[in-house]
Design a protein around this ligand. Structure first.
Ligand SMILES: Nc1ncnc2c1ncn2[C@@H]1O[C@H](COP(=O)(O)OP(=O)(O)OP(=O)(O)O)[C@@H](O)[C@H]1O
Length: 621
């Protein structure tokens, strides 16, 4: 009997349409409320004792709607796509802290299998997992004692309070034995992946809780913190070094999943799916799996999702008819033609990583690799034909096809266009062998610089400037030269600009009586004071005058030693340019900053002792 009034029924069906299953279009079916309600009630099924080689689930419409990431979640150590040594490290820690408590932080990029490792190990070692998930909204909460607000007779509790209570209960009480959970586990492990937002604003509230936890708890606590390649520093802000040392927190860092392990996982899943669907799901060929693998940048979740999209997309396009290789969409060109597949095949797999796989991650590049891709200037095979063909008088501009998309490389390096130009400027010379090529490259760099010279349109011109610099350097190579390994260096400009800023602040502070802008102080007043026999200044001022007003070349007799850029280093944070004006008004505010940057008497003394700086007598003639 339908008890719903007409209006409510319409509303109910509207609500259902909002929660249409994600893969319904791909599975080729139209929207079916009956199917919908069944799918809704279905929980992600956990496989028991399954291996990669056995088909595990029946292939129905409901099964097709299930995410492959859930369906193929690893159930044993052998199935984990994580390096054995990392798993052993976590295992050793868990065994050592089984009944004595302790805190472990697992860091690493998203999808590197941190949570999967903890879950599998808990299963293997007999731990019961108690996991914290942030409540999605502030629920009315029944406990009046702990409530943070009381409105209209209802009490509300913040996430932090709920988290505190969760922790307290988790380490105080043992788990209940529930029917069907495979018997009581001996030990318990608390897993935290979500952090209440308040902890990011005020990490000290988390630290207080952890101090208490360490004092009383008898079970291990594991935090999973994902970090991006550009290093957003959640671990550093939530768990600073001092807290890690004080509470003896262990930290294990995961790497992105290795391509070989990823290929194994993808190969195994696609093979099982092909068997289950009776040939309706397409099996990607090796090159396609490799493209999916490289597009995922070591994120196993992303790779499996991409594989699912790739396979289901194919099967929906062909309405269940088994596809030939020719019909398949290329990973990276959804549904696109593969007429140019032959040309692509000639490229090494490594270089195809520029092509984004279906659902491929926005794979970030470390600065070191991004610079390498531009400076080593790899170009395509000889079969590439210039299109349109160049007239004879421009033939010397002919270059083979680039293997990289320059703008994409800069974007993926996660540094600003100007900073990337700086790094190129510092390093490009070592990669050229012809002086004419160097001349051309330096012209392009100057042009790029000029494009952003005017501050009014700098923001708009940034990307053009970067294109000119990067493409200019690539084009300036008249022929491909293999220079082998060359170390890369950080731009000396960074050191010089830091020094310049420090000098401006110090000059303003030490010679504030003159009420002059910093530039004027350094290029006019200080050189003049340096010439005076008796500048009538205190010791700190004299040291500064000698340093800034004299161009002490004798301090740097040889070429400056440059700082090497290591392969996983990120660019330093860029500071906003500070205007030189507003000296007097801004003086008070900068006072604090000055104390840090100005030469302190002790430093000056140390300087004098170390370098034997002599305060020379100058004659004014
Ligand atoms: N062989 C495998 N090894 C590891 N994970 C796998 C494997 N096969 C499927 N998966 C699934 O891939 C996902 C890996 O994500 P996991 O949550 O472990 O990553 P993570 O490093 O904790 O990152 P995040 O912080 O983003 O969750 C899990 O859903 C897991 O079930």
């Amino acid at each position: 009997m339908d008890l719903l009034p007409e209006g409510s029924r319409t509303a109910a069906s509207t609500v259902k349409r909002w929660v249409e299953p994600s893969f319904i279009e791909l599975s080729g079916g139209s929207f079916d409320p009956l199917f919908q309600s069944k799918a809704d009630t279905k929980r992600p099924r956990k496989r028991k004792g399954a291996t990669f080689n056995s088909p595990r689930l029946e292939c129905g419409r409901g099964a097709q709607d299930e995410s492959w990431v859930d369906r193929y979640s690893p159930q044993s150590l052998a199935e984990l796509a994580v390096h054995k040594k990392k798993v052993e490290e976590v295992q050793t820690w868990m065994n050592a802290h089984r009944s004595k408590g302790g805190i472990l932080i697992l860091t690493g990029p998203s999808g590197s299998g941190k949570t999967a490792t903890v879950r599998v190990l808990c299963q293997e070692l007999g731990f019961k997992v108690q996991e914290w998930t942030n409540p999605s909204n502030v629920e009315p909460y029944s406990s009046w004692q702990t409530a943070d607000w009381r409105i209209d007779g209802l009490s509300y509790t913040s996430q932090v309070t709920q988290f505190r209570e969760f922790l307290l209960r988790a380490y105080k009480y043992s788990c209940l034995n529930m029917a069907g959970d495979g018997g009581a586990a001996d030990s318990k492990l608390i897993l935290v992946e979500d952090f209440p937002n308040q902890f990011y604003r005020e990490p000290s509230s988390l630290h207080e809780l952890l101090r208490r936890f360490v004092r009383v708890a008898r079970c291990p606590l594991v935090f999973v913190v994902s970090e991006s390649v550009s290093g957003d520093g959640s671990v550093r802000s939530l768990f600073p070094r001092e807290i890690q040392e004080e509470l003896h927190i262990s930290c294990i860092s995961f790497n992105p999943v290795a391509p070989t392990s990823m290929m194994k996982v993808l190969g195994s899943i696609s093979a099982q799916e092909a068997v289950k669907s009776g040939g309706r799901t397409s099996v990607p060929v090796q090159a396609e799996l490799e493209a999916l693998c490289s597009g995922s940048a070591g994120d196993v979740r992303s790779a499996i999702n991409s594989l699912q999209f790739f396979c289901l997309l194919g099967s929906s396009v062909n309405s269940g008819v088994s596809r030939t290789k020719k019909d398949r969409p290329a990973p990276g060109r959804r549904g696109g033609s593969r007429s140019n597949q032959k040309t692509k095949k000639t490229k090494p797999v490594k270089d195809q990583e520029e092509e984004q796989a279906i659902g491929g991650k926005d794979a970030a590049l470390f600065l070191f690799r991004a610079l390498g891709k531009i400076l080593h200037c790899k170009r395509g095979g000889h079969e590439a034909v210039p299109s349109p063909a160049l007239p004879p008088h421009l033939l010397h501009h002919f270059r083979e096809d680039l293997l990289v998309e320059p703008e994409a490389v800069v974007e993926r390096s996660h540094v600003s266009a100007e900073m990337f130009n700086l790094y190129l400027h510092q390093n490009y010379l070592d990669f050229f062998s012809e002086v004419e090529d160097v001349e051309r490259a330096s012209e392009y760099l100057s042009d790029a610089d000029l494009l952003t010279a005017d501050w009014t349109n700098r923001i708009i011109m940034r990307d053009y400037s970067s294109s000119v610099a990067v493409r200019g350097i690539l084009h300036s190579h008249s022929h491909q030269v293999s220079v082998g390994f060359r170390p890369l260096h950080k731009p000396d400009w960074l050191r010089v600009s830091t020094k310049h800023r420090e000098n401006c602040l110090t000059a303003r502070h030490l010679f504030r009586d003159f009420c002059l802008p910093a530039a004027c102080l350094q290029v006019e007043l200080l050189p003049y004071l340096a010439k005076l026999t008796n500048p009538m200044r205190n010791h700190t001022q004299i040291t500064f005058i000698q340093e800034v007003g004299q161009m002490p070349l004798r301090k740097h007799p040889s070429r400056l030693k440059l700082e090497t850029l290591t392969d996983k280093e990120t660019a330093p944070e860029e500071e906003d340019e500070k205007e030189d004006g507003g000296l007097e008004e801004g003086q008070d505010q900068t006072e604090e900053a000055l104390t840090a940057s100005q030469p302190k008497p002790t430093t000056s003394r140390a300087l004098l002792e170390d370098e034997e700086v002599t305060i020379e007598e100058y004659s004014s003639d």
